[in-house]
Design a protein around this ligand. Structure first.
Ligand SMILES: Nc1ncnc2c1ncn2[C@@H]1O[C@H](COP(=O)(O)OP(=O)(O)OP(=O)(O)O)[C@@H](O)[C@H]1O
Ligand SMILES: [Mg+2]
Ligand SMILES: [Zn+2]
Length: 152
């Protein structure tokens, strides 16, 4: 039986296996808010083969690599499924690079990346499960519970 709980989309993107509860953060990262005019479906806390998950389906939208890297920070097990003519034509697992550059604003107001200097934010990955990152410049380790509010 096909696992389609909502109306299928013809072309677009399905972000599947999102950490349960984080679908709205994914929408925020993608800049989707009220007034959006494409078809968007959200499922939260649905049963998947490996436990609960959230799913976001967006019609007529493909994601760029920076958006995918942002999603990885809050949904490290997500898959990005490209839908064309109702079929999954590509499936990618998101991945967290060893260095996260230009994606997370350092929460330390005194960090050089928050000064007038033209220096891009840079975090190194301290641990992957659970995800912990550390600012390359000031050593601050952001609270990962609030990471979506630090995404640039
Ligand atoms: N045309 C479509 N419209 C909307 N959602 C779709 C469409 N086709 C597939 N999906 C959804 O995209 C996701 C991936 O589909 P796929 O058929 O690859 O499922 P799967 O084999 O269970 O994949 P996985 O192993 O990654 O869980 C599923 O959540 C599925 O419901
Ligand atoms: Mg599945
Ligand atoms: Zn810093």
């Amino acid at each position: 039986m096909k696992e389609l709980k909502v109306q299928p989309i013809k072309d677009g993107t399905v972000i599947d296996h999102i950490t349960p509860g984080n679908a709205l953060k994914v929408l925020k990262i993608l800049g989707i808010k009220e007034g959006a005019n494409s078809v968007i479906s959200i499922a939260m806390n649905v049963a998947g083969k490996r436990g609960r998950k959230d799913i976001v389906k967006i019609e007529n939208r493909e994601l760029d690599s920076k958006e995918v890297d942002k999603i990885a920070l809050i949904a490290p097990d997500a898959t990005i499924n490209i839908i064309r003519d109702y079929e999954v034509v590509e499936k990618h697992r998101v991945s967290i690079p060893d260095e996260i550059v230009g994606i997370v604003r350092c929460p330390n107001p005194n960090c050089i990346t928050n000064s007038r200097e033209p220096i891009k934010s840079k975090f190194v990955v301290v641990s992957r499960k659970p995800l912990k990152i550390r600012c390359y410049y000031c050593g601050r380790e952001p609270d990962m519970e609030k990471i979506e509010s630090m995404i640039e």
